[in-house]
Design a protein. Structure first.
Length: 276
């Protein structure tokens, strides 16, 4: 049976990759044909864009721009992850904290980020700090909201069971809340990472022309369409790669458990809280 299951997994994996490669080939062919039909300076063909991408990958210009951009993205996302997870747990655990924080979090969610960027620049200047704060503003609310939802989705029976075993508040956090909310926290981090990449590029395109944004504006101004498309492809590839890594972490850690297994794990966590 295990051999048949392994063959089934291999065939489904082969089918999935075949569909992905087929859709990519169809997209590349459609792009090539459309660009040749349009025959415009502003719409390069797929082969021209691919050649420009290879040329850029072989120069330090692209890697230097990526280094500058990803400094702000990594710092901003790291701060947003720490603060967002902490605030989300705080709101999910205590109603008073939620009533105090939620209005400001809602404002941050609905406010257009392009209107916030000038305020951040006026407060922090044109350096790395302003870019970090913009990325933080893009990602923080998404992470906090998902973390709060994860805490709220924990089965009340798990908490009651742990309390019945005589667990303290600290043991409740370590054995139930942190573990039970982990799937939603990881999902929030994945969505926050997407927002962080968006914030990084938005900042560099709108106000502070550095890094990848500066390259995009440079190629746009010089009508080097193939190079500009190549830079955009690099940004998309980075975002997809990072989100896929986060998604694989989610799936490998939590997708294998059924509802019954999750309840059994909660019971073991409650028992662990008593023995600690």
């Amino acid at each position: 049976m295990s051999l048949e299951r392994g063959r089934g997994n291999d065939s489904s994996r082969l089918l999935k990759w075949s569909l992905r490669l087929g859709s990519f080939a169809a997209l590349a062919l459609s792009w090539e044909l459309l660009a040749r039909v349009v025959n415009s300076l502003l719409v390069p063909t797929f082969t021209e864009t691919l050649a420009a991408l290879v040329r850029l990958l072989m120069t330090s210009r692209l890697w230097g721009a990526l280094w500058i951009s990803n400094q702000a993205m990594a710092l901003g996302f790291g701060l947003a992850a720490i603060a967002g997870v902490a605030v989300g747990f705080l709101m999910g655990r205590w109603r008073a904290a939620e009533r105090f924080i939620e209005p400001y979090l809602s404002i941050l969610l609905v406010m257009p980020m392009s209107a916030v960027i000038p305020i951040i620049i006026m407060a922090t200047g044109l350096g790395l700090a302003s870019r970090v704060m913009v990325v933080f503003s893009f990602a923080f609310a998404t992470i906090a909201i998902n973390t709060r939802a994860g805490v709220r989705m924990i089965e009340p029976s798990w908490i009651e069971m742990t309390r019945a075993f005589g667990a303290t508040e600290r043991q409740l956090w370590l054995t139930i809340l942190l573990r039970g909310a982990s799937p939603a926290v990881l999902m929030g981090l994945r969505l926050g990472l997407i927002r962080a990449v968006s914030g990084m590029i938005t900042m560099e395109l709108l106000l502070i022309a550095v890094g990848v944004g500066r390259l995009i504006l440079h190629f746009q101004g010089n009508f080097e369409a193939a190079e500009m498309y190549a830079i955009v492809i690099v940004v998309i590839a980075e975002a997809v790669l990072l989100t896929q890594l986060c998604q694989r972490l989610e799936v490998s850690r939590f997708a294998k458990y059924s509802d019954r297994q999750r309840y059994a794990r909660a019971a073991s966590w409650a028992d662990q809280a008593v023995t600690e």
